[in-house]
Design a protein around this ligand. Structure first.
Ligand code: ATR
Length: 271
């Protein structure tokens, strides 16, 4: 029931209608009987500054930030926590009496999605495909957990820039051509390849072996994951990371852990 006292939480993105965050957070609000609701706002990039100002004016208590605003939002905030600063992207904001604090829960979400499946990270060798914003958050998380990281990107220069900017957290190998994959334990697709039916595969799947864990951060089961399964690999899709980033966002806003099972239920059942 929305009342005069109901607090607003939201997500800013462009586009944003596909977002699953309202489903997960509203389900938890209802489950825990929290007087709040969560909505999605499609914000054009040129209007992001005004939209953030409206968060202060309308006393929106907390929000998530998604593509394409995660980097651009940083200078509009009052404080940004060290992890989000190192990653250079914010996906969660808490409104502390008009002071907006930025966080990044994507990297924690990725790490927890592995730990929750009892997948060891330290000293294991990850091949990361892609060098965009999601890749940065994931690689940051992996480096602080002591993983070995190699990165391959269509545009090598972008991988080099990413590796240089995170070098204080650990070494990242730049791969120019993926010819051999036996040295890797876990292969992660962070590129957008797989979102559309006609997309090429992000890696030649004849290079996948049953020893590999293949993780695609796209929410749905992609051709990469289907083919990886056929080759005997263990696979993980992006729903896990999505749930865990929402888990940590909720924890930042309310200082309690949300019921994970309720988030999972809402995401999988769609209500
Ligand atoms: P996100 O924030 O989701 O990570 P992004 O910053 O736009 O998104 O990054 C997209 C990633 O997908 C990049 O690594 C991009 O490669 P380039 O740096 O070469 O552009 C990769 N990508 C997108 N389309 C691709 C394609 N057709 N082939 C290979 N890589 C692609």
């Amino acid at each position: 029931m929305i009342k005069g006292t109901t607090d607003i939480y939201c997500i800013f993105g462009h586009p944003v209608k596909h977002s699953k965050s309202p489903l997960m957070h509203n389900a938890v609000f209802q489950y825990l009987d929290i007087d709040a609701c969560y909505v999605a706002f499609d914000i054009e990039p040129a209007k992001l500054d005004k939209a953030i100002e409206s968060v202060r004016i309308m006393n929106i208590k907390g929000l998530n930030i998604t593509v394409p605003h995660k980097e651009a939002v940083i200078p509009l905030l009052d404080t940004v926590d060290n992890n989000a600063m190192a990653i250079g992207a914010v996906n969660t904001i808490k409104n502390n009496d008009g002071k907006l604090i930025g966080y990044n829960t994507d990297y924690e979400g990725f790490i927890s999605s592995l730990k929750n499946k009892n997948i060891a990270i330290k000293n294991r060798h990850f091949l990361i495909l892609g060098a965009g914003g999601a890749s940065r958050a994931i690689i940051y998380g992996l480096l602080i957990e002591g993983a070995r990281v190699s990165i391959y990107n269509r545009t090598t220069e972008k991988a080099v820039i990413l590796a240089n900017s995170l070098q204080s957290f650990g070494h990242i190998d730049i791969i120019h051509n993926i010819e051999e994959t036996k040295q890797y334990d876990i292969i992660v697709n962070t590129t957008s390849l797989g979102l559309k039916k006609e997309d090429a595969l992000p890696i030649d799947t004849s290079l996948l072996y049953d020893k590999h864990i293949v993780y695609d951060i796209i929410y749905t089961s992609t051709p990469l994951l289907e083919l990886a399964k056929q080759r005997g690999c263990s696979t993980i899709d992006g729903k896990d990371m999505l749930i865990w980033q929402a888990f940590y966002a909720f924890k930042i806003w309310f200082h309690i852990e949300p019921p994970l099972s309720e988030m999972i239920r809402a995401l999988y059942l769609g209500n």
